[in-house]
Design a protein around this ligand. Sequence first.
Ligand code: MOS
Length: 728
Amino acid sequence: MSQTTIGSAVARVDGFDKLTGRARYAADFHPEGMAHAYGVYSTISRGRIVSIDTSIADGMPGVIEIFHHDNFPTLHRSPASFPEENMVDELRTPFEDDVVHYAGQFVALVVADTFEHARDAAYRVKASYDADSAAANLAQGLEGGVTEANRTERGDADSAFDSAEVKVDATYTTPVETHNPMEMHATTARWANGKLIVHESTQGVIFARNTLAKNFDLDPSQIEVHADYIGSGFGGKLWLWPHSLATCAVARELGRPVQFMLPRQNMFTTSGHRPETSQHIQLGAKTDGTLTSIIHDSINSTSSINTFVEACGGSTSSLYASDALRVSHATAQVARGTPTPMRAPGAGVGLFALESAMDELAIALDMDPLELRRQNFTATDPSDGKPWSSNHMLECYDRAAERFGWADRNPQVGSMRDGDWLIGQGVAACNWDAMRNPCDARVTLRPDGSATVHCATQDIGTGTYTIIAQTAADTLGIDIGRIHVAIGDSTFPHGQISGGSWATASILPAIVGACKAAADKLVEYAANDGAPMAGADTDDLLFEAGVVKNGRGDQATPADILEPQKLAHAIGDFHSDGSPEDGYAYGSFGVNFVEIGWNPNTAQLKVRRVVSSIDAGAIMNDATARSQVEGAIVMGLGAAMFEATEYDERTGRPVNNNYAEYLVPVNADMPELDVILLNHPDYHLNELGARGIGEIGLTGVQAAVANAVYHATGKRIRDLPITLDKIM
Ligand code: MOS
């Protein structure tokens, strides 16, 4: 490696295209003859469709066809296999029957020559229903029964809790949150010569391709899924939703390209959400703070279409040492669409409960809450007894505490003030898995000294383009400006989803391998007859800084090697099997310190400071990594104080399904964010030492806020979001 761009804050290589509008998103493609589709959505939350009256809509200007359950082409039932990479969370195929499972479910799809014509006609389709009573929220859903999904146990947690010297026993609840990426879901589909070509806003071009292959009974080679640019997804775009399948189906039926864009209000119903949770935590400890029992029993809302488990206890089995533990997950059905992963699924809400309970335990013990966490730190993963590959949680605690000034905190509730404001300071741990999966890549070296990297992954805005370019530039020793990154295309070598915080750890080893394979190929060509180093033993040749060198100080450029042999390029392919080293447990760790102000006179709650320290392995790009953590903290503060999708108890319909009433933090809500990235490589996970960083920053933020609110006000808020009425 002749240069090192890895780790530095290289500006996004896709920044220019995005800023100048050259970046094209799924709905920016307008193939010749393209029609537009617009949905008609159920207004009831459970029951049957009695009739669909299209008599007025049929005659509206520009209308081409109106599809519904009576005339929709039959698709193969949606698959759902993570190992086969064709997951969906709505198992039902669109329009497969007259059953309504949730308000906002598709009941018809109007196709017209323009978007406006399709929308106008859709408003004039009349559906009538036979409505059943429905569970509109988790509390109502619980009346219909609870299904346990899984349980993990160590020792006898109940009796250990019963006999504990100090206990906390509390239930925490979190609301539905809805993914609101800037770019709405969109599909532009066309069929040509038996092939299906789709521009889709997706976090996984391979998953999207495989799902369509199953639905349409095609070989994956007959499908191309393109996602050059994506305006984020937060998990809502991991798997395909009904609109994608429906758009592809009607494009085939009509023999012309069709585009569909999911309106913002329907993103609240038919493309997933983070479910409601109710989490019962019981912690037992000795008087010195040693945990003796951890119990985390959670229930989340799911749909009548599919069972989605929010793994609230995902971090609970591993974060703290305790001989006795029970983590269980259960679900209850409500009349909503199926939930789906939303950034930090599981731990995102699970650590609100666990880390709030840890704060309650610290108070019961009259112990510093940071000290309680230090005391229960575990150097091995208690769930399997394996040592952590790399765990610098204690350093996170130390460094963030020092930066925050935790030592100056007066633990007395309501004791800290700034003028009219009561000040509260809270702490909570962060945790996320560190995972790695198989990935292929191809690198092509050209005579002009440039290189192209091909991989069927995508950049949802996190910086994947940039870290791939950095990795290739460093491995090949050529300038980053000469690296072209080609991703977002399912026809490229098999890549990974942008999810689970595993893209970086999975993709980059494949990029390194393909770069080395391409360099080896060029070395081999350099030793060919008629080549600059003809007859040389390839073991004596070295590719370095973009040229092939021998031991005598001779150099040959790619042009010197390739042109005389009339070779267009040297190609290297690599398959990374995605296996981390055996014998270790893998995770990322961190801590959030939050300071809030509460003004009892004006009932204002304000986050004043956040200091976070994150141990997520080697940092590939200090700018994009920092942005990920900062964005996650913003999302965590939103979950703590603002975000909640509210449903009308009578109809089951979301009532704040828009940007005006679904509150997310704005700049005025945000304090300075101070993020410390530890940057300790995890070489057991991969040769770059990189883990992932997309999700961890969100975990524990809500608890840190709730703990700070308690410190200021003495009010323990166990129900998110922490709205003003709950403090007053
Ligand atoms: Mo993330 S919820 O795995 O996109």
